[in-house]
Ligand binder design. Structure first.
Ligand SMILES: Nc1nc2c(c(=O)[nH]1)N[C@H]1C(S)=C(S)[C@@H](COP(=O)(O)O)O[C@H]1N2
Ligand SMILES: [Mo]
Length: 156
């Protein structure tokens, strides 16, 4: 009886330790906040796969396949019109931040919100990954602006 009780306690600890919060992304336009849940992103009709070369510091370049949604199309699918704004600030959970111009975001086949790499969902920072969402800028080959763990977009 006591043994079962201890096993239960240990299991509870393991399970709460492994449980991850559901990934979300918020988009802010003039104080109006849109919260996008993971399902909306994972099941988006505009998601495509595309090749990219990943250059991580201290490692050889690796050819990979990402799955993601072109950011301009994601915003359109959410009825967020950015045409009257000039820039977007992307914030990551580790404090990293980048700014892109609206022109750059609207530049075709360039800026993607990715959630999968080589068929695997991107892992969170806590799980040792670069996700759950990573911005991929295909025309930025050195990837400094491929912001990992992006969780907030502010349109200004
Ligand atoms: N959130 C976040 N994204 C980031 C960074 C970071 O420190 N934090 N570093 C950038 C830089 S300088 C590079 S070169 C790429 C590569 O990161 P990696 O070495 O993990 O592949 O991520 C970019 N995106
Ligand atoms: Mo870097």
């Amino acid at each position: 009886m006591l043994k079962k009780f201890f096993i239960l306690i240990i299991l509870t600890f393991i399970l709460t330790g492994c449980s991850e919060e559901e990934p979300i992304l918020t988009v802010n336009t003039e104080g109006k906040e849109t919260v996008i849940d993971a399902e909306t992103i994972y099941t988006n009709q505009e998601a495509i796969t595309f090749p990219a070369v990943v250059r991580s510091s201290g490692e050889k370049p690796v050819e990979t396949e990402y799955k993601g949604i072109e950011l301009s199309k994601l915003l359109k699918s959410l009825d967020i019109d950015i045409s009257n704004y000039s820039k977007a600030t992307f914030n990551a959970s580790d404090g990293y931040r980048i700014i892109l111009s609206v022109e750059e975001i609207n530049d075709p086949l360039n800026v993607y919100l990715s959630f999968e790499r080589d068929g695997q969902l991107l892992k969170s920072k806590k799980q040792g990954g670069k996700g759950p969402f990573q911005l991929i800028i295909r025309r930025d080959p050195f990837s400094q602006r491929w912001i990992k763990h992006v969780d907030e977009i502010i349109i200004q």
